[in-house]
Design a protein around this ligand. Structure first.
Ligand SMILES: *[C@@H]1O[C@H](CO)[C@@H](O)[C@H](O)[C@H]1NC(C)=O
Ligand SMILES: *[C@@H]1O[C@H](CO)[C@@H](O)[C@H](O)[C@H]1NC(C)=O
Ligand SMILES: *[C@@H]1O[C@H](CO)[C@@H](O)[C@H](O)[C@H]1NC(C)=O
Ligand SMILES: *[C@@H]1O[C@H](CO)[C@@H](O)[C@H](O)[C@H]1NC(C)=O
Ligand SMILES: *[C@@H]1O[C@H](CO)[C@@H](O)[C@H](O)[C@H]1NC(C)=O
Ligand SMILES: *[C@@H]1O[C@H](CO)[C@@H](O)[C@H](O)[C@H]1NC(C)=O
Ligand SMILES: *[C@@H]1O[C@H](CO)[C@@H](O)[C@H](O)[C@H]1NC(C)=O
Length: 808
């Protein structure tokens, strides 16, 4: 509380000082003068007023000499870009930064003789001045323009445009969002001249970006550039001597920018949004933050939880070492003293992986053998067990350290945690329940897992896809870059791309042959024509050729999109097998869905009975929830409609047509490409028609609601009218009116009548009234005019599966 108060006080004083015109702060600090922490107006401000340097409050009576962006954020906070003494804050009284007569810059803590921090410089000309540059560089310059020292030479966690990142500097993350002292993540130029992210924890270290599974050149980096220098310019283009080159999403403009190694270990480039006064993420190194090493500490797992982001959870029978800090990890609640083989049992955690720290690797080992081995070896903490579809065998990895754990439904392997038998037999039920209750993320996953197990045998071989997922915080741009660089040498890049994007690259000739010269057309629309084809390995495929106008995006963008598609992996999303990019031909190859689209089946009422319809609703909702919330990026579909919901041989739905998918930035605001409306009439949410309303994942929720109503009533989105109304009403208002009338008449108790009026009487099969009531209720919530009143897709899944209360 105290801390908060002083922070507010400090911020208030910052605001007042920077806005008060009466006392203009000095633009330079001269020899033999000081900036004092007590003096509220002791700041240096850059000539363009973008940057301010001065004492910044980092806690209760704790200040660091810092540079920050003068403009406050919407919540009043400032963004610090550099600190002199991040690990040793000084007192809020009598501390000062002085430029001595000899040209040394020293930071003195109250009443202490030895400086907390110093530049160790001297100026024989005795003319040095400390100035703050328009680009945010604080520098000591003598009269003859010689730069004696500059803050650009010793960054903390942030790199500003045109600030060189060299072999001599390191970015080090902050400890936490509120604690600016040095954390465990580092961005460095490694000895082999490659820029890397390194986790340098208290007990373990490791490189986690670029993907340590790949060689530098496979990650698009080169090791021969001996220069070791990288910069980002004010337009948002980053160029490094190791070959890492990227442009930010908003490349070209000149907003305030910064590249920061964030507290979660990810490098992001931000642009300041003058409208909303927040920092927008315009690039990030790692798409899935759970793959960042050490992120949850030892003996714990990381999951991406819808609406929450990253979530750390202790393994069963473990508790947090330090309740306030996950990087300390979790410790076992049991004593483990290397006992007899028979004293151990295992806890099974499906869809979890722990990266690295293998004690031993055993291919083609049965589960029993794997367990036996782990029991025998004293320091085996558990093992990873997964099926390798490519080789057709099970792989077993014994672990001596459980670090870098993460859970994802799309990971088809398990962790078996070794625990003493005594603890398993005594209170196992209680413990496992607790785990479920504590963590909604894991509870959800268990629910999905059952479905996965059922389906597993039917899934096609997708090891490569899996491969990317498991090992893969891939940097799309690297992939694109290497492709770009080696484009003239397709032969050599092909093999690499297959791994990088996770699926096959087809030649145009192959696909022409597979589709018998594009003979059987099975769909059209969305700027593409879809043909049926049979691949050389006899798989039946849907071959989607993007039309010229749609494919005039460059090859590079196309590949970027393809590689993202390749990482989406869910049983209710259509599987993508490969692609072709040759000249004007941009083609995607998907699994073929035997029973066509929902649109084609909507009126085949004997095939799509009520049970199937309910399953289609739940499956579609799960697919969309995954797109929105669980997967690597935040993805919007933007064109949810019955034509894009495909049905497999037993009518399980798979959401298709990601031709229009777009990614949201982390703050949940759509990017600028959303200025023009997209989608299909009748299914589009109201916010598409208002210029000022943000486009969020709720547009898909709306469209989903319309599709549900269409399935229930059998009426198209535009024409829901019945005989009694003289005109045709959209199905949304038609159902809404019916329900309103019914609710007035008899409330919840007797739902039968109005439900019967709404549902399509020609559909075969009995329906459960309560379930149907839920379905209608959820559908109506989805089509609320106000996007904030609509549920999220994962809430929809929850309500459909568990909601049987009647509330309208
Ligand atoms: C000050 O900034 C300008 C551009 O803003 C740059 O050209 C110049 O080199 C900078 N000087 C120092 C010492 O950083
Ligand atoms: C910040 O973290 C460091 C390292 O854990 C700790 O020593 C220091 O007390 C923390 N500072 C604040 C203000 O919490
Ligand atoms: C947890 O860590 C914080 C700072 O890292 C420290 O201040 C605190 O005392 C620790 N708590 C325990 C219970 O060790
Ligand atoms: C590091 O290891 C030491 C000794 O093995 C242990 O006491 C300490 O708690 C560990 N620190 C963390 C953060 O795990
Ligand atoms: C994690 O668990 C193992 C035993 O399974 C234990 O030896 C180790 O100290 C634990 N790590 C921490 C940080 O407590
Ligand atoms: C795996 O082991 C089984 C039985 O031990 C054996 O029959 C089979 O050939 C092995 N497969 C491979 C790929 O080694
Ligand atoms: C749906 O798939 C099944 C199984 O492959 C097939 O027998 C049936 O004819 C298909 N129905 C339609 C409408 O294509």
């Amino acid at each position: 509380m105290n801390l908060l108060f002083s922070l507010i006080l400090c911020l208030a004083s910052l605001t007042s000082s920077s806005s008060s015109s009466s006392s203009s702060p000095p633009s330079a600090l001269k020899l033999d003068s000081s900036l004092k922490v007590d003096n509220k107006h002791d700041f240096l401000i850059s000539p363009n007023n973008v940057f301010t340097a001065g004492f910044y409050s980092v806690g209760d009576n704790a200040f660091c000499f810092s540079i920050w962006f003068t403009k406050p954020l919407s919540n009043g906070e400032r963004t610090v870009v550099w600190m002199a003494n991040r690990d040793a804050p000084v007192n809020g009284k009598r501390s000062k930064l002085s430029l001595t007569t000899t040209g040394n810059l020293i930071l003195l803590d109250a009443d202490q003789e030895l400086p907390i921090w110093t530049t160790r410089t001297s100026d024989p000309t005795q003319s040095a001045e400390l100035k703050l540059n328009n680009s945010g560089n604080l520098f000591l310059q003598s009269k003859d323009e010689y730069i004696i020292w500059q803050s650009f030479g010793s960054p903390t966690d942030t790199l500003l445009p045109n600030q060189p990142f060299t072999k001599d500097v390191t970015l080090v993350s902050s400890r936490s969002r509120t604690n600016y002292s040095s954390g465990f993540y580092k961005l460095i130029f490694d000895n082999d001249n490659v820029i890397r992210l390194v986790y340098n924890g208290p007990n373990v270290t490791g490189v986690y970006w670029p993907n340590p599974e790949l060689t530098a050149s496979d990650s698009g980096r080169n090791t021969y550039g001996s220069e070791r220098i990288a910069t980002i310019d004010q337009f948002g283009r980053f160029v490094s001597s190791d070959g890492l080159v990227f442009s930010t999403l908003d490349y070209g403009g000149q907003p305030m920018r910064r590249l920061t190694l964030d507290v979660d270990g990810n490098v992001r480039v931000y642009s300041f949004n003058d409208g909303t006064k927040v920092w927008d993420v315009t690039w990030q190194a790692i798409a899935q933050t759970c793959t960042i090493h050490g992120t949850c500490g030892e003996n714990s797992t990381c999951t991406n939880v819808p609406n929450f982001g990253k979530k750390c959870t202790c393994l069963p029978y473990h508790k947090m070492v330090n309740e306030t800090d996950w990087s300390y990890g979790c410790e076992p609640e049991f004593k483990d003293s290397c006992g007899n083989v028979n004293e151990y049992g295992f806890v099974h955690l499906a869809h979890f992986d722990f990266y690295g720290y293998d004690l031993r690797y055993m291919p083609n080992a049965s589960l029993g053998v794997c367990m036996q081995e782990c029991k025998k070896v004293c320091n085996c903490k558990g093992f990873q067990y997964k099926f390798d579809k490519e080789q057709g065998i099970y792989l077993c990895y014994l672990k001596f350290l459980l670090l870098n754990g993460y859970g994802s439904v799309s990971f088809n392997g398990s962790i078996y945690l070794r625990v003493p038998m005594s603890i398993l037999s005594s209170n196992s039920m209680k413990r496992i329940q607790e785990l479920g209750l504590n963590c909604s993320g894991i509870a959800k996953m268990v629910q999905l897992e059952r479905v996965y197990v059922k389906k597993k045998e039917q899934r096609s071989l997708k090891f490569l896809l899996l491969f990317t997922y498991v090992f893969g915080a891939f940097e799309v741009l690297c992939i694109v870059y290497i492709f770009y660089k080696t484009r003239n040498n397709v032969q050599s890049s092909e093999g690499y791309l297959q791994v990088a994007t996770g699926f096959e690259r087809f030649s145009y000739a192959d696909l022409r042959k597979a589709s018998e010269n594009f003979k059987i057309e099975i769909g059209r629309g969305g700027g593409a024509v879809v043909y049926k084809g049979i691949l050389s390995d006899n798989r039946v495929a849907a071959i989607k050729c993007l039309k010229e106008s749609n494919s005039n995006q460059g090859e590079v963008e196309f590949l970027a999109e393809v590689s993202t598609l390749g990482r989406l992996n869910h049983m209710n999303l259509i599987d993508i097998w490969g692609y072709c990019a040759e000249g004007n031909h941009k083609i995607l190859v998907y699994e073929y869905m035997e029973n066509g689209s929902l649109a084609e089946n909507l009126h085949a009422n004997d095939k799509l009975d009520w049970d199937k319809r309910f399953e289609v609703a739940v499956g579609t909702a799960k697919g969309l929830a995954y797109l929105h919330e669980e997967c690597l990026e935040w993805v919007l579909h933007c064109d949810v409609k019955p034509h894009n919901i495909l049905l497999d041989h037993d009518y399980s739905p798979k959401v298709a047509d990601f031709g229009l998918l777009k990614f949201m930035d982390r703050d949940g605001r759509g990017n600028s490409e959303f200025t023009k409306a997209r989608g299909t009439r009748g299914y589009m949410a109201p916010e598409w028609f208002y210029v000022n309303l943000p486009i969020t994942s709720k547009v898909d929720v709306y469209s989903f609601g319309v599709v549900m109503l269409e399935m229930i009533t059998g009426k198209g989105p535009q024409g829901g009218g019945d005989q009694n109304d003289g005109y045709k009403k959209p199905v949304v208002s038609w159902v809404r009116d019916k329900v309103a009338v019914a609710a007035e008449a008899d409330g919840c108790d007797d739902m039968s009548d109005w439900i019967e009026e709404i549902v399509d009487s020609t559909v075969k099969g009995e329906y459960d009234r309560i379930r149907m009531g839920t379905l209608i209720k959820v559908a109506l919530q989805c089509v609320e005019e106000n996007k904030d009143q609509r549920p999220t897709m994962s809430q929809v899944v929850d309500m459909l599966l568990h909601g049987d209360d009647c509330k309208l």
